[in-house]
Each structure stands twice: as C-alpha cells, then as structure tokens.
Design a protein. Structure first.
Length: 313
C-alpha cells in the first residue's frame, strides 16, 4: 500500500504555475525529504495534500483513497506541521493540542490521554499550562508539532519544522521524527538544511519550479553527479582569499567561503585539471594553505549542480 500517491498534480495562480504536473509515490515507513529553494512549490504541494488548496488538476491519494472523494478519511490519517506556526498564543500548550485533537474527532478521556502523550513526546510535559507567548522559538515549533500528533496519523508532513531554532531544539525535533518513524509513521520532511535531510531521510526529492527534477536515496542522487568535483581547501585565514579571482579560473563553477571556519569550498568541472591554478592563485594572493582535500559530492553539490543555485538565499 502507498501512503501517498500524487499523479499529475498542478496548481496555477493566474498564469503562474506553482506546481507543474508533479507525480510522486511514497511507501509506508519512509522519511521522505522534500528539498527545494524558496518558491519551488513545496508548501503549495503540501497545502493541496492537506486540502487547504484545491489543485488546478491532478490526483492525490492517501492510503490508496482519493482525497477529493474521501476527505474525512484523508484528514484523519494526516498530520500537518505547517511552515507558519499554527498555534494560539492565548491558549495554553495543553489547550492548543487538545483543540487540534478535538478537530480530529478525539473526545473525553481519549482526548486527554492523547494530548498529554503528544506534549510529553515533544518534551513539553512540564509546560502544559504555559502560554506560547512565553515560549522560546524552539518550544513553539515543538508545540506546533504536538498539535499534529494527538490523533496519531499514519502520514505526517512537516514543512520546515526546524527553521530558526537553536541546535538543541533542532536535535530534539530530529530525534522525535526518528522515533515517530520507528513507531510506524510515514513522514514527509521539508527543510532548507541539507545536513538534516541527509541525516534522516530514506529518500529525497529535489523540487525546482514546481517540478521534481531528481528523486532517490542520497547515494542514488550523489551518484548522478560525475561531472563535478568538490574541493575543500583549508587556509590560515580567509582574509587573503580573492574569491572573484578564483571564480575566473577555468572549470570553477562556484566558490564558497565557510561562515564558521577558514575553509573554501569549490565546485569545479571534474574534467578540468585546475587544482594547480587554484592553489597558485591562493598563494599569489597571500593565503596560507593548510590542507587540500577532494571530497565526494554531497547533497548540496547535487542541488547546486541540478538547479544552479544555493538552497538558502
Ligand atoms: N496564493 C498564492 N497566490 C499567488 N502565488 C502564490 C500563492 N501561493 C504561493 N504562490 C507562489 O507560488 C510559488 C511557490 O510557493 P511555495 O510557497 O509553494 O514555495 P516553497 O517551495 O514552499 O518556498 P519556501 O521555501 O519559501 O517556503 C511562489 O512563487 C509563490 O510566490
Ligand atoms: Mg514553503
């Protein structure tokens, strides 16, 4: 049985095509990564799966049932963690989760038990009476997740659940995703953080201009990139590095200076032998080279190569 099946899904806003004839099948037990730059069409796709938006054309099935015909069935089996927080600031954490659980038909003792369980699951058991307005960004994100869990859906879609939070909250959320998955939940995970997607997803789709342009396991995706090499150069300091000059060297596609360490990352045509020129340029501009390494392409290389841009603007 497929948990989600999308066929020829299209969404137009006027003349603009936000989702373009998209097809996708997700099986039980997957953590499926949905990667795309800003405006690629991820949230629009998710909004159609959750029936918030009507497709212009195409078909969506959840657990083999057409959501247009079986909307209640679809709703009960689906949990959505929206990109924009959907929590009420003037209701306690408990009231928030209980409110959403109630929308999914939970009542009485069951609603109470599931609400407590969901709050416990996201690490907010001691904050049940707290108000979101007093919560940190990470706590709000976790509450947002709890609201999607109480009714124990088979499929959970998380639209950038870790955006703008500290590493500790992020780790908590990533571990929760793994745990949910171990408990039998299928997950669609959208993120701008490549490392997260690489770490937790069993399969990944790269979305660009409303289309899926590549799909597979991380290994399958990186194996398609044979024409690019990924060079990592560690220097004493980035101050002496003339980025623009490096970009002019034949074969060089992109040059990126790391924000945290004195490291230069260069994507270059694999067929062009330009390492000597790159290193000479660095030395000529006064940089002190500490280490040079050619690395296996990662998901970021795949993304850059296929879409020609960075995931994060
Ligand atoms: N209601 C709307 N009316 C008109 N255009 C829209 C509407 N909703 C989305 N769009 C456009 O559709 C495109 C896809 O938007 P969408 O929100 O799906 O992207 P996304 O992949 O989720 O991006 P992000 O990473 O920024 O969240 C964008 O160009 C956006 O401006
Ligand atoms: Mg979005």
């Amino acid at each position: 049985m497929n948990v989600l099946e999308i066929r020829g899904l299209t969404k137009k806003f006027g003349n603009f095509i936000a989702v373009d004839n998209m097809s996708l099948t997700i099986g039980e037990g997957e953590i499926f990564g949905f990667l795309g730059a800003n405006g690629a069409g991820k949230s629009t796709t998710i909004n159609m799966i959750s029936s918030l938006l009507r497709p212009t054309s195409g078909e969506i099935k959840i657990l083999d049932k057409d959501i247009a015909k079986m909307s209640r069935f679809a709703k009960l089996n689906l949990g959505i963690v929206p990109q924009d927080l959907a929590i009420y600031e003037d209701m306690t954490a408990y009231e928030n989760v209980s409110f959403f659980g109630g929308l999914y038909g939970l009542r009485g003792a069951e609603l109470k038990a599931r609400t407590e369980e969901a709050l416990e699951f996201v690490g907010l058991a001691d904050k049940v009476k707290g108000y979101p307005k007093n919560f940190s960004g990470g706590m709000k994100r976790r509450l947002n997740i709890a609201c999607a869990l109480a009714h124990k859906p088979k499929l959970i879609i998380m639209d950038e659940p870790t955006v703008g939070i500290d590493p500790q909250s992020r780790n908590y959320i990533l571990n929760s995703v793994r745990k949910l998955n171990e408990d039998g939940c299928t997950i669609i995970y959208t993120s701008h953080y490549m490392e997260e997607v690489e770490e937790i997803c069993s399969r990944i789709a790269i979305v660009d201009h409303g289309k899926i342009i590549a799909e597979g396991t991380k290994e399958q995706l990186t194996a398609t990139i044979t024409d690019v090499k990924d060079i990592r150069i560690e220097v004493k300091s980035l101050v002496e590095v003339a980025e623009d000059q490096l970009r002019l060297i034949p074969g060089v596609r992109t040059v990126k200076l790391d924000d945290h360490e004195p490291v230069i990352r260069i994507h270059s045509d694999a067929a062009v032998d330009n390492l000597n020129r790159i290193l000479k340029q660095l030395m000529d501009s006064g940089a002190e080279i500490r280490a040079v390494e050619e690395q296996e392409p990662n998901l970021e290389t795949v993304f850059l190569t296929l879409t020609g841009r960075n995931l994060r603007d």
